[in-house]
Design a binder for this molecule. Structure first.
Ligand SMILES: O=C(O)CCC(=O)C(=O)O
Length: 313
């Protein structure tokens, strides 16, 4: 895997320029300090949120539990009061608890005045903002967002490392069929088990408080919390018809089907999907081979099968 650290970082620009330069061509970019242009930039300290939202009961994911790795569908492992959860972040312990995709704006609508959907991302999904919290060293496994929408992730507290990979590399990432997850470990790439990883090109972004990261639709993201912290994401429907259709397919068919198969087959279903992912990766690698090698190989295969037909073994 090739990891590019020399990524594009810009200051906030007009919605028109953002549309032309990044949304239309689907190019990821880090927008420095966009969050600071909103009241939340200064107001949303962790203490403020603890006070303001402390009584809300929130769903928490425990990274130590790996049971959900077979499915795109994940549900929280436990519930607790938000104030209790905040304590686990700020005490600097090695907790693996994280809050994922939590719509705090629904519970506390007043928060919208502090951080409405940024002007760059206005659209019909603009009313839906999600919050993400995690402790230092927490990792969010590599995935694509299931609805294939564009995402603007704004960091408010702590730093975060985000590795972004274009959906064109999905086969090389051994994406599990009917699913938007991959089982590869980007921190320790296993090139023996997953040789396709050699073809993957990734970008590494470091988000600091106030920074926003634009993730085009279908982009894979793998996240490491460098400090305990939190962020908010807003979404915008995919640009292309293909991605819109894919998002719908995942939500309406693939996810429910995957969930059902998990229930019916358990570990066997995961093994089957891993097998299918490997076949896809092998085919994708084959396509990458120079034409001469590929032709030679298919001639060799043809002559092998002809011999088998002639001799009967
Ligand atoms: O920041 C996080 O914890 C996860 C963000 C994420 O996965 C997303 O916005 O889709």
């Amino acid at each position: 895997m090739k990891l590019n650290k020399n990524v594009e970082i810009i200051d906030p620009i007009s919605a028109r320029d953002f549309n032309e330069r990044y949304l239309k061509p689907q190019r990821p970019v880090l927008i420095k300090g966009l969050g600071k242009h909103y009241p939340a930039g200064d107001k949303w300290t962790i203490d403020f949120l603890k006070e303001y939202c402390g009584d809300v009961s929130v769903g928490i994911f425990d990274n130590n539990k790996t049971g959900s790795s077979a499915s795109a569908y994940t549900k929280p492992d436990m519930e607790m009061k938000f104030s209790e959860y905040v304590d686990t972040i700020t005490t600097g312990g090695s907790s693996n608890l994280r809050m994922f995709l939590f719509n705090m704006f629904k519970r506390k609508p007043g928060l919208r005045d502090d951080f409405p959907c940024p002007y760059l991302f206005k659209g019909i999904l603009g009313k839906i903002g999600y919050m993400f919290f995690g402790c230092e060293n927490t990792k969010v496994r590599i995935h694509q967002d299931i609805d294939m929408s564009n995402v603007l992730l704004t960091q408010f507290y702590g730093r975060k490392r985000v590795v972004l990979i274009s959906p064109e590399y999905s086969d090389f990432l051994y994406r599990l069929p009917f699913n938007t997850y991959s089982l590869v470990d980007l921190d320790n790439p296993d090139y023996i088990k997953y040789p396709g990883l050699r073809y993957v090109k990734a970008d590494e972004f470091i988000l600091e408080p106030g920074d926003s990261l634009y993730m085009p639709s279908g982009y894979w993201h793998y996240i490491t919390y460098l400090d305990g912290g939190f962020a908010v994401s807003y979404r915008k429907i995919a640009q292309s018809l293909k991605m819109k259709f894919l998002g719908l397919l995942y939500l309406a068919f693939y996810m429910p089907f995957d969930k059902l198969m998990n229930k019916l087959m358990g570990a066997k279903w995961l093994a089957k999907k891993e097998q299918m992912a490997e076949v896809r990766a092998n085919k994708a690698m084959e396509r990458k081979l120079p034409r001469a090698v590929s032709l030679k190989r298919s001639r060799e295969e043809k002559s092998y099968y002809n011999t088998q037909l002639r001799t009967g073994h």
